[in-house]
Structure formats: C-alpha cells, structure tokens
Design a protein. Structure first.
Lengths: 392, 167
C-alpha cells in the first residue's frame, strides 16, 4: 500500500480544560478554553488557526471558534458523525488538509458537558430522545428498538457482549482487569476525576449490574470538559520543539454499518477494517507499539478492540490483559491517564492528548519509559472505529 | 438548563408531525413506533399491519431472494433491486440477549428486570423483542422461542418472544 499520508502531518499542540462534575460553562466555552491552551502549548497565536473540525457533539459549530480564537481566515471546516470514533477521523481529515496545503494549522476540538448537561445518570430522560435522534437510521430505531427499551449504548453493546460470551466462552474477569487498570493509572494523573478514589476488586464486584453483563464500573464517567489538538504539515514541523508525527491513521466502518444485531458477523467492527490500514501506513507491527490509549466507553469495548486490531484472537482479550501486561510496568500499558473510565469522558480526545504527552516524555508519574510509538483508538455509534499510530 | 419532562421533549421533537401515542394515561410515556402521516414514504406500515393481524412479515430481495431485515427502501444485496414483503415463521433460537436491571425511562423503570432477545428466524433474519413468559435471568443464547404478539392499541401490536412449546 502506498504510504500516502504517513508522516506528512504532525501534532504540535494539545490542550484541555479541567475535568469536573459541575460547570457553568457552555460546551463552546470549554472547547475554546481547551483550544487556547493547545495554541499556547504549540507556541502559536490562535489567529493563525485556519482550519477547524469539531467532531460529533452537535451543539458547537466552527463559527464559535472563529470568534473565540480571533481567527483571521477559516479555510477548512468539517464535522464527523461517528460518535466516539469521530475525533480520530477528524484528525485524519485535518492531516489530509494540511498535507495538501488546504490549510496550515487545523484545530480539532471536542468535549462534553457529560455531568452538567442532560444526563441519564440523573434521571433526565430527555437525553434518551436526543440519543435516538442522533443515531443512524432513525426510522428503524423508532419502530423496532425504542418500543422494546433499546435506547442507550449499554443496550446495544450488551447485545454484542452476550453473543461474545456465548461463542468464545472468554474469561469473565477481563472487563474487571480493564476497569481496575484504568483506575490504577488515574491515581498517577493529577487531572483524573478518579484520582484519590481507588477501586478494589470488591468495589468492582459490588457495583450494581445495570444491563447484564455490564456493571456500573464497566461504564465510562459522566464529566464536564473539553480537549483540543493542533495539526500541521511536516513542512511546518521544524518551527516546533516536539512535533509528534502521525505515522498511520484510518477510520473504518463495519460492512453492515447501521445495526449491530442484524450484522451478519456481529463481531465485525470499524476498527477491524481500519487497523490493518493504519499499521500498513505506519509501517509498524503490533509488538512495536509501546503503549495504547484504547477508547473505553465500556471496559468490554477495550477487550473487543484489542481483538479486532489483531493483538489477539476473538475471545482471547481477557487472557491478553492478564498478568499486568496492560499496566504501566507491563509490555503494553493502556490508558495511562485513566481513560474515559477513570480520567474523564470528553469524547475521547483526552486519549490523543495523553499519547502526545507520552511521546514528548511529559506524562509525569505515568510516563512509559522510552515511549516511541503510541496507538490511539476511537469507537462509536454502532461499531464505527478509528485508529492513529503516533511517533516522536 | 431547566430539565424538561420526557413528554415535553417528545412533543418538541415531534412538533408539527402527527404522532400516534398511547391514549391510556398510565401508559402515556411508553415509547411506541411513531407513525408519521406527513411522510411521503411508508416503510414500516406493512410490518405493523401484519402484526395487527397476528402475522409476521419481512422483506425479500426480488433478485437474490434473500430475506432482508430490518426493512430497507432498496435491496442491500443487489443495488437498486426492489423488495417485497413475505411471511416468515415466528420461531427460532435466541442469537443474543441482555437483561436490563436499571430502566432509564419512566415506562421501562416499571418493567425491570426484563430481557431483550434477538431471535434468529429462517434465512438468517434476526428480530429483536422482549422476552415474555420466562424469568429474564434464565434467558440464554440458543433458547428456542416463538413469537408472542402484544396488542398495545388499535394501531400497534408489538412483537415479543416466549419460550417455544417444543422446548
């Protein structure tokens, strides 16, 4: 395969807000705050940004960024509708734009008011209708799912999970290992919402079963916050101290994209298709990966993505994550900042921010020694996927 | 933001469209298929007409003769090929399932625990519904099920699944 986009773009700035439960700020304010932090991190004036992609979340648009950043000229804008896979798809698009010279500095920013906005955890059912409105194939959802109670990701993904348990008889402790590993890593991260709130095996097992097989602690956090990254071309890289290169990047969609349970192969996911392309583009193999930030809306999805990326076979991820392999001192640490499960759920963009910190050697207590190649994934909607392989 | 009650949001989202919902007050919040009269197309009506008459139908591709589910406008197996509705036997095994212990909307909060089951019918059709007539905690993949129609109102009869008498 022609390595068309490999190393032709790099990330030169990353920024975040605080991660909290309770904010008066709008999503636009949070995203602009994170974006200004990213500009400061990169050492560029925010007026230099000439491209903006705000993936997924529906209540912020590029116009807000033009005002918030004092942009002189917006040359490129876009949106992505792939749920939690959107942010890497957006970075891929940003990389294409800068590599071709359509724009010089493309900002990708997203976040959510996961606690202060409408939320299911607080019994606000309006979010159910909103979820339904933003899923693909609304008529199908309205007619054949909603009347039977299918309304939130827990419902969709548990149907995938129970077939997986049936077909492969995997070790049921796999999900617990992912939950506890993320929580351990959060203890090392000052920004993590769950810092200072460690989780024992007993805590996990005592957390309520919401939808079999998912317990409360298999679910990501409801937090407020935003993140931003700035992408520029390889030709601009020399202006910046520690550019992090995009070695390989891809989005992928399952062959039957708008439904999980009627998909002929229920285990087929977007990342099944995206991962081989990203590895080829980057010219690396699985054992070259020093660490991975794996999209963790649910513990189960971490296991399935590891399998579909080819780190192990289907049903084998619980064995793969055993014995400390994914802990900080292990062969392939995952979610070194705590992930969506224990740092914050800001639509995944904190995964890219952490990967950049790791590759710059700025990850503090959670620094992976000699980190050179990092992998980041996105997962969303009805199994859409995305993957980036970054290096320093 | 002032939290709006569920039905207000429903009304807001569906404003301008004629929506058929339950009339009985105690079931007001039960989500039902929206039958919108202002659409030029009518993808799901043949299905709900059939269930109203105690029959189960799915689509079939007129070129490949493969069963098509969920309903589509055109065949996913032969681009552009038309689809027809055909009867299908309401019997099969559970392909996958879940058991819901925490309901998220007012109606389903009164229903927990309940199971969603996906039953695999002839031709690989997988149809979702709720499990009835069985303790949700014993529902498992491979269980033999048969269709159980639930008349909700004059317009809508939902499709649920009960353990087959054979099993």
């Amino acid at each position: 395969m022609e390595r068309s986009l490999s190393d032709r773009a790099c990330i030169i700035g990353v920024g975040e807000t605080e991660f909290v439960r309770g904010t008066d700020k709008s999503l636009a304010q949070l995203c602009i705050e994170a974006s200004l932090n990213a500009c400061k991190d990169a050492g560029i004036d925010s007026s230099e940004i000439d491209g903006v992609i705000s993936p997924w979340k529906f209540n912020i648009r590029h116009e807000e960024f033009v005002h918030g950043l004092g942009m002189k000229e917006l040359k490129y804008s876009g949106r992505f509708e792939m749920g939690g896979a959107s942010y890497i798809a957006a970075i891929q698009s940003a990389a294409m734009a800068v590599a071709l010279g359509v724009a010089e500095f493309v900002l990708v920013s997203t976040g959510q008011r996961g606690y202060s906005g409408p939320r299911i955890g607080a019994g606000d059912t309006s979010v159910l209708d909103l979820n339904n409105e933003f899923m693909p194939n609304i008529e199908y959802r309205d007619n054949l799912e909603y009347p039977y109670g299918v309304s939130v990701p827990l419902h969709y993904y548990s149907l995938h999970a129970n077939r997986w348990y049936h077909e492969f008889n995997p070790d049921p402790t796999g999900m617990q290992i992912v939950a506890m590993t993320c929580r351990e890593h959060a203890q090392l991260n000052d920004k993590a919402y769950m810092k200072g709130r460690p989780m024992t095996e007993k805590d996990y097992q005592n957390s309520p079963l919401l939808v079999h097989p998912f317990r409360l602690f298999d679910c990501s956090l409801e937090t407020d916050g935003a993140g931003a990254v700035i992408v520029t071309s390889q030709k601009n890289a020399h202006r910046f101290k520690k550019p992090i290169y995009i070695g390989g990047i891809a989005e992928g969609h399952p062959t039957y994209p708008d439904d999980i349970v009627t998909r002929p192969d229920i285990f087929d996911m977007g990342i099944t298709h995206a991962a081989p392309r990203a590895f080829d583009m980057a010219g690396v193999r699985h054992d070259d990966i020093d660490f991975a930030e794996v999209y963790d809306c649910f513990t189960f999805m971490v296991l399935r993505q590891l399998e579909e990326m080819g780190f192990c076979g289907r049903g084998e991820a619980p064995e793969f994550v055993k014995g400390g392999r994914i802990s900080l001192s292990g062969q392939m640490p995952i979610n070194t900042h705590g992930g969506l499960l224990s740092q914050a759920h800001i639509c995944g963009i904190n995964h890219i921010v952490e990967a950049v910190h790791q590759l710059r050697g700025e990850a503090g207590k959670a620094q992976v020694k000699d980190a050179k190649i990092g992998l980041v994934t996105g997962y969303g909607d009805l199994s859409d996927g995305s993957i980036a392989i970054l290096h320093n | 933001m002032v939290p709006l009650p569920f039905y207000t949001i429903n009304l807001w989202i569906n404003s301008g469209k004629e929506v058929f919902h339950m009339e009985a007050t105690e079931d007001l919040y039960r989500p039902l298929p929206t039958r919108e009269s202002d659409r030029d197309w009518d993808l799901f009506s043949p299905f709900w007409e059939a269930t109203r008459n105690g029959k189960l139908v799915v689509q079939e591709c007129t070129v490949t003769k493969k069963k098509v589910w969920p309903p589509r406008f055109l065949s996913p197996y032969s681009p552009g090929a038309e689809l027809i509705w055909v009867p299908i036997e309401g019997k099969g095994e559970i392909y996958t399932y879940n058991v819901v212990y925490r309901g998220f909307s007012p109606y389903f909060q009164t229903q927990v625990p309940f199971a969603m089951v996906v039953v695999e019918l002839e031709g690989g059709v997988r149809m979702l519904g709720n499990a009835v007539g069985v303790d949700p905690s014993v529902v498992h993949c491979g269980m033999e099920m048969e269709v159980s129609f639930e008349k909700v109102n004059d317009d809508i009869t939902l499709v649920n699944w009960k353990p087959s008498e054979r099993s």
